[in-house]
Design a binder for this molecule. Structure first.
Ligand code: XMP
Length: 511
């Protein structure tokens, strides 16, 4: 992109995306690229002001460790190496990196030895976050030590070449001076401009979308989630009625979901088609108990229905998708650098066989940027702050065989739980909350009567990346209130449990 000022070469650190987000928060547009990028490809960017080499899990002295095209050092562009990135710089300039006796993981104290170094302007001593087993034992040529931690060389500089290295992770908040260091690199070393704002993104996107689509028609599968909603709002603002959104009611949605989606979008200029396909989904799921099989059936039925609807609309040339930047980074990595990739296929993942041109208006944005764009476009907080909802919906929250009866019960239970979280101002404090219905009936007593009804489980987790999670410590009083309301109001349920399993070993969903 023409406004990319910083590129980050990805060496596989779990913090690479965080680093990119920190830079964007400072209003500088950055992209994450594969570490194999060639110097000649970097030159193709029009406006590059700095290069960052990320951290990574390997060691530079290992056979076939991730490398760098050394011509990148000759481009005259300032470089900052973080952790593995610093060790790679050291190795390439004749230094030696070895496994340390005293490895540093977690909080450490950085002491600046050269306060003249522009990267550490206004800093002397600070808490930083270390995560390394290796350290520099022989300094690279023409580099000087700028800072040390208790056990290692923590920062190096080659002032003439404007190449810097830091052993700690400036991007994590535990590095208290992290933002200052990143900001010093961007603005005092690289002379970056602060030109990345969501207002600018929106205005340039609107023009770009219009110039690509012209007067053609676009179709979009709306899920009610944040990404497809923001994508729809952006397209609507640019091309109005040439956008048709298709919303498929699978029968496996939350209570009143279809009604709410139709209401929320009535203020946008676009066409929305609501397709009630619930009976098709229940029919297809009859007798099926295996979770993966259910996922496959729901996914393929969805595509089938979306296909049929798109054929009915004449003259559609483009298919829009709400792909966002983390999806792009994860799917473009070469399999070595990649972090854990979700195996779930999303119901939003649409037909490949249809002959549409693809348009992905928010593919450069991180989730928090998507939310900010949505807010500027007038989407409600209730859409923008929603917890994730899996593509197969209630299909994987009804354990075992799916039926309309169970889906209706679960919808009521889920609604009571979620509404109570909102009422008690807990909804935004947890990452994802939902209910699951089990294929088990238990005995209870209500009044003078014995009951024999379904068991439901409530789950609420806190997580940053959904790869690991812990159960939310919801107040006992709250759980009590929700449980009473569920049992009193929802016919068919007589017992409620709260799931406190973390991930791992559990997963967030039960299936
Ligand atoms: P798990 O259960 O794997 O879930 O810990 C992690 C996150 O992914 C969501 N999830 C899915 N999303 N299709 C989706 O689009 C799926 O099949 C699927 N399965 C799980 C889950 O809700 C959580 O946010």
């Amino acid at each position: 992109m023409s406004n990319t000022q910083i590129i980050i070469l990805d060496y596989g650190s779990q913090y690479t995306q965080l680093l990119a987000r920190r830079i964007r928060d400072l209003n500088v547009y950055t992209e994450v690229v594969d570490h194999n990028i060639k110097a000649t490809d970097i030159q193709k960017y029009k406006n590059i002001k700095g290069i960052i080499l990320s951290g990574g899990p390997s060691s530079v002295y290992e056979f076939e460790s991730y490398d760098i095209d050394v011509d990148i050092f000759k481009l005259g562009i300032p470089i900052l190496g973080v952790c593995y990135g610093m060790q790679l710089i050291a190795k390439k300039f004749g230094g030696v990196v070895e496994l340390a006796n005293n490895q540093e993981f977690g909080k450490s104290t950085l002491v600046i030895e050269n306060t003249e170094c522009v990267l550490f302007k206004d800093l002397k001593e600070s808490q930083v976050w270390m995560s390394h087993a290796d350290h520099i034992v022989k300094m690279p040529e023409n580099f000087t030590i700028v800072g040390k931690s208790e056990n290692s060389i923590a920062a190096i500089e080659n002032k003439n070449l404007k190449i810097y290295g830091i052993q700690f992770h400036a991007e994590v908040t535990h590095s208290l001076c992290g933002e200052t260091i990143i900001s010093n690199f961007l603005f005092n070393v690289c002379d970056c401009q602060k030109d990345w704002t969501m207002t600018k993104f929106i205005s340039s996107s609107l023009t770009e979308i219009k110039s690509i689509i012209k007067d053609e028609k676009v179709i979009l599968g709306l899920s009610g989630g944040v990404d497809s909603s923001v994508c729809a709002a952006l397209l609507s603002k640019s091309i109005g009625k040439n956008l048709t959104c298709i919303f498929v009611d699978t029968g496996l949605l939350r209570k009143d979901e279809a009604k709410k989606v139709m209401q929320n979008y009535s203020k946008f200029e676009m066409n929305i088609k609501l397709v009630d396909a619930s009976s098709i989904f229940f029919e297809a799921l009859k007798g099926v108990k295996d979770p993966e099989q259910k996922r496959k059936i729901i996914g393929s039925k969805f595509i089938e229905i979306f296909n049929e609807e798109s054929i009915k609309l004449e003259g559609v040339k483009f298919l829009a998708q709400g792909t966002i930047y983390p999806d792009v980074i994860e799917s473009s990595s070469d399999g070595h650098t990649s972090k854990t990739i979700k195996s779930h296929h999303n119901v939003g993942g649409l037909p490949k066989e249809i002959n549409f041109k693809l348009i992905e208006p928010i593919r450069t944005l991180f989730k928090d940027e998507v939310r900010r764009v949505g807010r500027e476009l007038g989407l409600e907080d209730s859409i923008l702050n929603r917890h994730p909802f899996p593509g197969p919906g209630l299909g994987i929250r009804i354990i075992g065989e799916v039926s309309k009866e169970k889906a209706d019960i679960l919808r009521e239970v889920d609604d009571i739980f979620i509404e109570k979280l909102i009422e008690k101002k807990l909804y935004n404090k947890v990452s994802q909350a939902f209910a699951t219905i089990l294929p088990v009936k238990t005995v209870g007593v209500m009044g003078d009567n014995r009951t024999y009804e379904y068991l439901v489980a409530l789950r609420s987790v806190n997580t940053i990346d959904f790869m690991t999670a812990s159960a939310s410590e919801l107040p006992w009083e709250f759980l009590n209130e929700v449980t009473n309301e569920i049992i009193n109001k929802v016919k068919g349920v007589n017992r409620v449990v709260y799931d406190i399993t973390s991930k791992p070993p559990g997963t967030i969903e039960w299936e």
